[in-house]
Design a protein around this ligand. Structure first.
Ligand code: GDP
Length: 523
């Protein structure tokens, strides 16, 4: 194995997907702790405490100063180098959150065992599913009373359409939590709330605890064994192939807060989590992570602290070769040579200058406006162009106008650039030609408004249109008379027609009325 191959083979790059409050931050902090990275209490936490919806851009930016450092967290554990990519929730949920999932090789899904699958988890899951990447599930908060574990497993299949394979099973929960019956490692992990260390009891060939132990008489223990037997007979078979394609998810129960079951989770995850995957190019080629030429793509652009200098950080997922400090690369879109001398890699606590990076790693390029989302950079004579990043279906809409009609020019320029950058999506009304903006989260509008004013000197007026269901229509079937106030006809940036339905009833009504018309959504 060459040293590049060995480096690549050690990388594991994933995102944690969850609904707010399921425990993503708590589990992330535990993982960093295992990696020997001790943070000041609450550094991961700090970025989520603000009410972004009400804050202005500077405040967003100040908070993001923290979030830039926690956007990507890297640590080493048992010979592996792990990159965790943050997927912001709450009010700062945006298309960037989705695009981050384009840059990972696997995902960890954290579920609150009292709540089960919640909306944001479902959305993020669907994007992972579309990519066909492995997904590992952590059912959290076992130290509280939660739902019946059998229900939680069934829900994975019913709501997400993924097979769940329980790697362990709770012995009691809440105040009655006694431990985890770990069928994968053939042992019982004993919950000792007063101790930092978990005690493990080995199982015999019948699946019973070896020797005498009072736990053997415990009814929760007997329950757990019964359930495990039931699942062994009637449940899914462990299938590594299905795990690799995201059709089966290994499920681990535990408590992030009590640090119970997290280490076993991490270690088991690391045995199954994939190495950096090859990336497909637009002309059906494939770039292997161990190819000697460097390549990568921009999946996120984050404006930097100082709005007076349009400084940004362009986040690049390295796909092949070796990044070295100061190297020259070609930016595919413009064919310009760029020197990568001002580059950041994201260690857990601080932003540190990075000297080398390989496939699976993320580097942050200081950008003064050269990069766009989806850009490819590469070395070598052969141009590399990766498959386009997908477009996501926005759910929130506003109509937008320039406040000062005399300033149309800067208004149009600003919109065009911010749309191109992927900050927001733009639609035009068929009937009036009015501009409509679409986003997946409210913060996108606020950032848009602030940046229009600050960077393009254009004050905008936005009128909320609320939630809509966007459905693209086959242009050959389009008749403008189909449009109404409940299903507004608009064009996207590429001129493709779509309807913005007021709600599901409006969509259903339309489908009943025009049964032959094809309606499709993006992701
Ligand atoms: P995030 O929004 O997904 O990042 O969730 P946090 O990690 O911030 O957790 C949300 C709340 O749930 C916090 O008050 C945590 O202390 C709490 N929490 C997280 N994990 C557990 C757990 O395993 N058990 C209990 N009882 N509370 C937890």
């Amino acid at each position: 194995m060459t040293s590049l191959e060995a480096e690549v083979a050690s990388r594991r790059t994933f995102a944690i997907i969850s609904h707010p409050d399921a425990g993503k931050t708590t589990i992330t902090e535990q993982l960093l702790l295992f990696g020997g990275i001790v943070r000041e209490a609450g550094t991961v936490k700090a970025r989520k405490s603000g009410n972004f919806a009400k804050s202005d851009w500077m405040e967003i930016e100040q908070k993001r100063g923290i979030s830039v450092t926690s956007s990507v967290m890297q640590f080493d554990y048992e010979g592996k180098r792990i990159n965790i990519l943050d997927t912001p929730g709450h009010e700062d949920f945006s298309e960037d959150t989705y695009r981050t999932l384009m840059a990972v090789d696997s995902a960890v899904m954290v579920i609150d065992s009292a709540k089960g699958i919640e909306p944001q988890t479902k959305k993020l899951f669907q994007i992972c599913k579309m990519r066909g990447i492995p997904i590992f599930t952590f059912m959290n908060k076992l130290d509280r009373d939660g739902r019946d574990p059998l229900d939680l497993i069934a829900e994975l299949e019913d709501v997400l359409g993924v097979e769940g394979y329980p790697m362990n099973w709770p012995i009691g929960m809440g105040k009655e939590l006694k431990g985890l019956y770990d069928r994968y490692h053939n042992r019982v992990a004993v919950f000792r709330p007063d101790s930092e260390e978990t005690a493990y009891l080995p199982l015999d060939e019948n699946g019973d605890i070896v020797g005498d132990n009072p736990l053997k008489e415990d009814s929760w223990y007997q329950d757990a064994r019964d359930n495990m037997e039931l699942i062994a007979d009637a449940g899914n078979q462990f299938d590594e192939q299905k795990i690799a394609t995201g059709d089966q998810t290994p499920v681990f129960f535990g408590s992030a807060l009590a640090n119970f079951g997290v280490k076993t989770f991490l270690e088991t995850y690391l045995t199954f989590a994939p190495e950096p995957a090859p990336h497909r190019t637009e002309n059906d080629g494939v770039v292997e992570p161990t190819d000697s030429n460097f390549s990568g793509f921009v999946f996120k652009i984050q404006a930097n602290m100082d709005p007076r200098h349009r400084d940004r950080i362009a986040f690049v997922r390295v796909c092949s070769g070796l990044f070295t400090h100061g190297m020259d690369v070609t930016l595919g879109r413009t064919n310009k040579t760029m020197r990568l001398s001002n580059v950041t890699q994201f260690m857990a606590d601080t932003r540190e200058n990075v000297d080398t990076a390989v496939a699976g790693d993320i580097i942050g390029l200081y950008d003064t406006g050269n990069y766009q989302i989806g850009d490819t950079i590469f070395t070598g004579k052969q141009p590399v162009k990766f498959e386009k990043l997908p477009q996501f279906t926005p759910e929130l809409f506003v109509s937008v106008q320039a406040k000062n009609v005399m300033k149309q020019k800067s208004f149009h320029k600003g919109i065009q650039q911010l749309v191109q950058e992927g900050a927001i999506q733009l639609y035009t009304s068929y009937s009036t030609g009015d501009y409509i903006l679409g986003a997946v989260g409210q913060l996108q509008f606020e950032v848009f408004q602030f940046r229009m004013q600050n960077e393009y000197n254009s004050e905008v007026v936005m009128e909320p249109m609320g939630h809509k269901i966007a459905r693209w229509i086959n242009p050959d079937q389009l008749d403008e008379k189909m449009s109404s106030s409940r299903n507004l006809l608009v064009k996207d940036r590429g001129g493709e027609p779509l309807f913005l339905f007021e709600n599901q009833f409006a969509e259903r009504w339309f489908k009943d009325k025009y049964p032959d018309v094809e309606l499709t959504s993006k992701l």
